[in-house]
Ligand binder design. Structure first.
Ligand SMILES: [Fe+2]
Ligand SMILES: [Fe+2]
Length: 356
């Protein structure tokens, strides 16, 4: 489905009209339109927009989402537009996948100012890093390009995000206010990376290991990009055949990254073994706790915690407390009882908890 091109002046200036909140709140997959979502945090008011921007509208007659062209590449992105979008609860605009190189160029020029500016609150800077990471993951999955070059680009972007997250020791603290609860494969991957890196610091691991945990966390589910499209982000219950396919993702992800040879060993172990269970009932190799690399066991914990505390279509988000209680119950079979108490203490530490 092609996004609609601008037909007249009025459409070009969609953002100059107040936006109706209800019309914008509709679920759809932007990749079906050849588009990727872009958070408003990544666009600088007062500067030319790096790409054409689209907005989704629900057409009641056709009963489908229509992507309206809202702004031409090069037009100044006005703060009035940003305010109107935020008032309409529209945190995202959409960009065409074939214009992504222009966006990367723009981020290359302006992201350091947004991310490294110490006058900006830590939360705001962390949010920009997070949104950039989400955008890159989204583009990789939406582009459906399995070439080693595309994987290499993604790995480079992930490494850059991880470097930015570790550059300021304040960024990976009090994470509970930063973790996203609107579940998608991308928000999940970024949450897992941030939690794993904070956990590595809590446990006193060195910088190289913390970095590897971040890369492994962000890429732990990258093998899902090789699954049939409908299965990639499917959050509802799966049938037996679908489950068997999904269980391939650790091996698929490991294969994709192994051919590059540039991913740290701990990160590779996270990708391959993050679904092993302590009692040997997991996959892909059915390893018991004593044979599973520790980084992968820690990812297993963080992965389960994030899944339980995120809102999914078939499951309400549980509180951190409820998630911790469930993990204690399941500790022997899935997680091994040696790690769970440590993880629960970590959840209450200043790395995660909002107040000190
Ligand atoms: Fe996974
Ligand atoms: Fe996961």
């Amino acid at each position: 489905m092609e996004p609609k091109q601008p037909q007249n002046q009025a459409e070009r200036h969609l953002l100059d009209k107040p936006l109706d909140r209800k019309r914008l709140l509709v679920d759809f997959d932007p990749a079906d339109y050849g588009l990727a979502p872009l958070a408003l945090e990544l666009l600088l008011p007062g500067r030319p927009t790096p790409a054409d921007l689209y907005l989704p509208f629900y057409d009641r007659h056709q009963r489908r989402v229509i992507m309206e062209h809202a702004c031409q590449q090069g037009e100044e992105f006005r703060s009035l537009w940003r305010d109107r979008l935020l008032t309409a609860n529209q945190r995202l605009v959409y960009v065409k996948l074939d214009q992504v190189p222009r966006l990367q160029d723009y981020f290359g020029r302006f992201a350091p100012a947004l991310v490294e500016d110490e006058d900006r609150p830590v939360k705001e800077r962390a949010r920009v890093i997070q949104e950039l990471a989400l955008f890159n993951l989204n583009v990789f999955f939406a582009s459906d390009d399995p070439s080693p070059q595309a994987v290499r680009t993604l790995v480079g972007q992930v490494q850059q995000s991880v470097n930015r997250l570790t550059a300021d020791p304040q960024v990976l603290t009090r994470l509970s206010g930063l973790l996203r609860t609107d579940y998608s494969l991308y928000t999940h991957s970024v949450n897992v990376a941030m939690l794993l890196m904070a956990l590595a610091r809590y446990l006193g691991y060195n910088d190289a290991t913390t970095h590897a945990f971040g890369v492994g966390g962000m890429l732990h589910d990258v093998g899902r990009s090789r699954l049939p499209r409908g299965l990639i982000g499917k959050t509802g219950p799966l049938d037996e055949a679908e489950r068997a396919q999904v269980r391939q993702h650790p091996i698929l992800g490991h294969q994709m990254l192994a051919q590059l040879g540039a991913v740290p060993h701990d990160a590779m172990m996270i990708v391959l073994h993050h679904h092993e269970n302590a009692d040997g009932s997991g996959y892909p190799h059915g390893l018991k706790a004593d044979r599973t690399p520790t980084p992968a066991r820690l990812c297993r914990l963080v992965d389960a915690f994030d899944a339980m505390t995120s809102q999914r279509p078939y499951q309400d988000a549980r509180s951190a407390y409820e998630a911790a209680a469930t993990m204690l119950q399941e500790s022997t079979s899935a997680f091994g009882k040696d790690l769970v108490p440590t993880f629960i203490r970590f959840l209450g530490s200043p790395f995660v908890a909002e107040s000190e």
